[in-house]
Ligand binder design. Structure first.
Ligand code: ADP
Length: 265
């Protein structure tokens, strides 16, 4: 008498024929839940030993004069790798929190999206340290309902990627505009090298990278776009990626009308 989960799919043939497929997805759902719990637990358990390791590495670095010279390079590598692991663990925890916590638990408020875009552009400037030209184009003024911290983390990932995956001298534009009927979109557009079409459908998968060594070298965890996708899903929104090799990329977050506040009178 256990509750089961069924998935229904209706396919239409011609004008008056329909095919109804009902699948029992209970087992699949359980497996997915086990996977999520496992990832969340492992990430959580890794936090403490990592904090201890980081503490030792920092102490040794502060006293590096007292250590043999040959330790220096190894110590630097250890520090880089512990920072990398910390970012990975934090991103894994963020992702599992986004996947598992109920939507009503997040703090939905009215967000000044235009102001958020300006802050994100400033963060991008800081990260690029003047190597890129970053501008903001605000064509839309409406606020939207959502979790400001979640949206900030999604947009930060997009601007960080735009800075990290484009050569110095490129232009990056953040655009806030109306979209479709009453919806809105935030776009992060760059004029960098772009991405080949075969990669586009897989970019939001966990650990999918076009060029792994470049991603690792630039401090990427391979989870950025998966986080963006999940944040948007929690806002009934979605990510659309347009890019052509040699022509840059546009990462567009599309918010439906139901999320938007009406324009100020
Ligand atoms: P990562 O941590 O590797 O940056 P992401 O999920 O954020 O992981 O991005 C996945 C991959 O998408 C990156 O490794 C990179 O190859 C590609 N990518 C993301 N943004 C851009 C961009 N603006 N231009 C070119 N490639 C990009």
């Amino acid at each position: 008498n256990e509750a089961r989960t069924l998935s229904c799919q209706i396919t239409r043939f011609g004008d008056d024929e329909r095919l109804l497929i009902i699948r029992d997805v209970t087992r699949l759902q359980r497996l997915e839940q086990t996977r999520r719990d496992f990832v969340a637990n492992v990430s959580h358990e890794l936090r403490t030993p990592l904090t201890v390791l980081t503490g030792y590495v920092e102490t040794w670095q502060d006293n590096s004069d007292a250590l043999p010279a040959s330790f220096g390079r190894g110590l630097k590598r250890m520090q880089e790798q512990t920072v990398r692991m910390q970012h990975l663990v934090e991103d894994l925890l963020t992702l599992s929190r986004l996947e598992t916590s109920e939507r009503h638990q997040h703090n939905e408020r009215s967000i000044d999206v235009a102001a958020l875009c300006e802050q994100i552009a400033e963060d991008g400037q800081e990260l690029s340290a003047g190597s890129h030209e970053i501008t903001c184009r605000l064509e839309e003024g409406r606020r939207l309902y959502g979790d400001v911290e979640e949206l900030r983390s999604a947009l930060s990932n997009l601007i960080y990627n735009a800075v990290r995956y484009t050569p110095a001298g490129c232009h990056i534009t953040i655009v806030y505009r109306s979209w479709d009927k009453e919806g809105a979109a935030v776009e992060v557009i760059d004029d960098g090298e772009g991405i080949s079409p075969e990669h586009l459908p897989r970019l939001t998968e966990r650990f999918y990278r076009v060029d792994k060594s470049r991603s690792v070298a630039s401090g990427g965890t391979g989870l950025g776009l998966a986080i963006v996708k999940h944040v948007l899903l929690r806002h009934d929104a979605w990510l659309d990626i347009e890019s052509r090799p040699g022509e840059g990329a546009c990462f567009r977050c599309i918010f439906p009308a139901a999320r938007m506040e009406s324009a100020p009178a």
